[in-house]
Design a protein around this ligand. Sequence first.
Ligand code: CA2
Length: 151
Amino acid sequence: MSETILILNGPNLNLLGTREPKIYGATTLADIEANCQAHAAEIGVSIDFRQSNIEGELVSWVQQARETASAIIINAAAYTHTSVALHDALKAAGLPVVELHLSNVYKRESFRHKSFISSVADGVMCGFGAHGYVMAIDAAHQIAATRTTKT
Ligand code: CA2
């Protein structure tokens, strides 16, 4: 069965490349998706890349992933710091989870230091900008492979 990694992007990430380039860079979300698709093709996995500004939609996609994906990469954006609903959904999904942020949230405001995702993630990656997405694909692929061979 081919491996699909679900990449979820939370609120306002659709604005990437249009504002705040000093924090988030000049790359658009469409550019990031293209980089992810190219890297995924190189390593032989499929990518399902999505963005929503709606918390409940992200929760529903996490629930569906149980049937369709081998791992989840999530940049939950501001919901990282607020969402018990995403925490619960990711925990229930039982899939490998990589938490991802473009910026180094620990160099920023203290409210960004709290994450509801980290405690249900296998690993956390932040501060590597758009390239972090490619790094996260490798990490998720590795974790999914390890988990498959263990069970
Ligand atoms: O660094 C990250 O990837 C964040 O998840 C981005 C979130 C922020 O709330 C997190 O603390 C860290 C914000 C995404 C908003 O992105 C924008 C992009 C361009 C213009 C305005 C917002």
